[in-house]
Design a protein around this ligand. Structure first.
Ligand code: SF4
Length: 707
């Protein structure tokens, strides 16, 4: 096994974001102690670059509070105590059996994560449908990628975050980036934007804040939170009036433009200015920059996507890219910036409540038959679509006639007590369960509430494939053994399936699981069938779709060059209008609240808060307030302030910045405790994607030293 000798170097990938930077993990033996450090690796995407999270990733492997034994609680109020694996697994399967006998299969739910490898995502989805026969599995990717995924499927017939390779970004003449801050969320990606600027390209950023990314922009549109579709429509209105439509592209490669033309006809930039807060001359200038560019890209991220109008918001910007004829051509395109480590692969293999592997649908008889044949079960035995993430969390412990309740929940790779919207409500649901099972490396806030905690291996202790934000399937190699007492997620799934009498359908070997995943995805939209394990190793990653019979040497880096994967090969325009967010400021909650990321933390912080250098850089939650607004409350920089919404309150440190709108507060979401941003956020859902509205709600600001 590689990586267990003095000076051994193992090429692998970062444990965090969707950029999945290549890195080398180095084992050093010094004075009888083994130490791991990270070294740069010249991988095609990050080209040797790493951000501070990547450079410090080895610290996770030696974190002092690593879990190495299962923990169990003998009563709801009792403490967690060490347990054997047999005791813990028996407790889980006893509870599953009892619950399903009394309440039916659907009373057991699974909550997965976008950080799981492709093999784990696949096996977890299969475990739900084959071993538990429950429809109720969803995952935390519903919180971030669901709107872009639904919009991509509708417009292009497929959902791949970037349908072009990263290198195209550096060659685009103009880029419109909507609601994304890669300088902090995907830091190594900035080299592509910097390259684009070095080549004379121009960057337009839409964001309510002057983020570090927006600070680099040639044009910043400082939008009112929750008005993205109005801005997208106003930009298209301006494109039409200034004569920048690509009528050849529209005529040959799309359908539905005339309806969109009528819809955006009322979104004059000067009228839209009243909705979006963006001056009409800036809207017209952005439209001119895009319309006169030879190559251009439109990229969205969580800003427009995490809203109750998330799908429509994204569609408005897809309409813009299509109308400009800037899709399906080199150095052009519409894309979305995936966030989580395996945010792309995690949504392709059946972790979603409505999907089977390869983006097949649970309500399509042919798709069900394909999955059933690969899994060796009767198609009729497979459950139908289940509850999406927030709906599943709302059903925890529920006992209402006619409404299904979840009584047992298995959580893998998620810290929902911190990361889910309206977190106080979610915690109440977790407490109401008959049994909460969490597998994790650390005692996260969610694991701390569990009845059973299973200690699992982490990134460098097991092998598996991850699919990055551009659809490139990559290998995370095992660089060191897991500590004694720890198992992999695949071993946990297999052991539970064994106890449930379904073990013959499962494997805990990642390579075998990947082979099965390839068969299950064959013929689907996300087709991995031509991507062998050996190819992933030999080629530094392979792009899907990659069918077994027609695979080129590198899969398919660029999609849509000749046709879109829709029945007629054409992309779809979709008429969409501005819908206000679920909550807007009023006399009781007079400001907008928006949430997001900081450079030195990742997701719920369950990992990065355990890395000393990252914790030191960003130790606690804070709120960004414009000094003008702070003055009117008598708040100084560093004061403790209380933020209050209709769902709860949080106490955080004030950070006075001129880079935010006067009417808006920003809180990062990486912390639990009193500063947990999601105690404030709104679980209002987009009607199509079921994504919650993390990006905008109404909030009241108070000094924390006043009663
Ligand atoms: Fe890791 Fe993302 Fe930073 Fe790369 S950009 S080192 S993948 S956190």
């Amino acid at each position: 096994m590689a990586g267990t000798h003095a000076g051994t170097r193992t090429d692998t990938h970062c444990p965090y974001c969707a950029f999945q930077c290549g890195m080398t993990l180095v084992r050093e033996d010094a004075c009888g102690e083994v130490r791991y450090t990270v070294a740069a690796r010249d991988f095609p995407t990050n080209r040797g670059g790493l951000c501070r999270k990547g450079w410090t990733a080895a610290d996770l492997l030696s974190a002092p509070d690593r879990l190495t034994t299962p923990l169990m609680r003998d009563s709801k109020d009792g403490p967690l105590r060490p347990a054997s694996w047999n005791e813990a697994l028996d407790r889980i399967t006893d509870a599953i059996g009892r619950t399903q006998r009394e309440h039916g299969p659907a009373a057991v739910g699974i909550f997965g994560g976008g950080g799981l490898t492709n093999e784990k995502s696949y096996m977890l989805g299969k475990f739900a449908r084959v071993a538990l026969r429950t429809p109720n599995i969803d995952y935390n990717g519903r919180f971030c990628m669901a709107s872009a995924a639904a919009a991509g499927m509708k417009a292009f017939g497929i959902d791949r975050g970037l349908p072009f390779p990263l290198e195209d970004i550096g060659r685009a003449e103009v880029i419109l980036l909507v609601g994304g801050n890669p300088a902090e969320s995907l830091p190594v990606m900035m080299q592509y934007f910097e390259e684009q600027k070095r080549r004379g390209g121009r960057l337009i950023v839409v964001d309510p804040r002057v983020t570090p990314t927006a600070a680099l922009a040639d044009l910043h549109l400082q939008i009112t939170p929750g008005t993205d579709a109005a801005l997208g429509n106003a930009l298209l209105n301006s494109v039409i009036r200034q004569g920048y439509l690509d009528l050849d592209f529209i005529g040959l490669r799309t359908v539905g433009f005339e309806q969109v033309r009528r819809t955006v006809g009322s979104y004059w930039p000067d009228r839209s200015e009243r909705i979006t807060g963006v001056p009409a001359d800036r809207i017209n200038e952005a439209a001119r920059m895009l319309g006169t560019a030879g190559t251009a890209m439109v990229l969205t991220a969580r800003g427009p996507e995490q809203q109750s109008s998330g799908v429509d918001n994204v569609l408005s910007f897809i309409n813009l890219a299509l109308a400009l004829g800037k899709v399906g051509k080199p150095f052009c395109g519409f894309g979305t910036l995936t966030g989580q480590g395996n945010g792309q692969g995690g949504r392709e293999h059946g972790q979603k409540a409505d999907q089977l592997p390869g983006y097949r649908k649970l309500d399509n008889p042919e798709h069900r038959a394909h999955a059933a044949s690969v899994w060796g079960v009767e198609e009729a035995s497979l459950p139908g679509p289940g509850l999406s993430a927030c709906e599943l969390l709302a059903a925890l412990g529920r006992e209402e006639p006619g409404k299904p309740g979840i009584r047992v929940l298995l959580v893998m790779a998620s810290n929902i007590a911190v990361s889910a919207p309206d977190a106080a409500q979610v915690r109440q649901g977790l407490r109401a369960l008959d049994l909460l099972v969490v597998s994790d490396m650390f005692l996260s806030e969610t694991a701390g509430m569990a009845d059973v905690v299973l200690p699992i291996a982490q990134w460098a202790e097991e092998e598996g494939t991850m699919t990055n934000l551009e659809g490139r399937v990559q290998l995370r190699r095992r660089a060191k053994p897991a500590p004694d007492g720890v198992r992999t997620d695949l071993q946990v799934i297999k052991a539970l399936a064994d106890r449930l009498g379904r073990g013959a359908h499962f494997t805990d070997d990642a390579r075998e699981a990947f082979g099965e995943l390839r068969r299950a995805s064959s013929g689907g939209l996300a087709d991995y069938s031509g991507i062998t394990w050996e190819r992933v190793v030999a080629e530094d990653g392979v792009f899907w779709p990659c069918p077994d019979d027609a695979a080129g040497p590198a899969g398919t880096p660029r999609l849509f060059l000749d046709r879109f994967p829709t029945p007629d090969g054409r992309a779809r325009f979709s008429p969409v209008g501005h819908r206000p967010p679920d909550e807007e400021p009023d006399q009781h909650y007079p400001l907008y609240l928006t949430t997001g990321r900081v450079l030195s933390q990742y997701q719920s912080g369950a990992q990065t808060r355990r890395v000393p250098a990252l914790l030191e850089a960003e130790p606690e939650a804070f709120v960004e307030i414009h000094p003008g607004m702070a003055r009117s409350f008598g708040i100084r920089n560093g004061d403790r302030v209380r933020l209050v919404t209709r769902r709860g309150d949080a106490v955080v440190k004030a950070r006075l910045v001129t880079t935010i709108r006067m009417d808006t507060l920003f809180v990062p979401f990486h912390w639990g405790g009193a500063g947990c941003a999601n105690l404030l956020t709104n679980a209002a859902l987009d009607p199509v994607s079921r994504i919650p509205e993390f990006k905008v709600c109404a909030v009241r600001l108070e000094r924390a030293d006043l009663p």
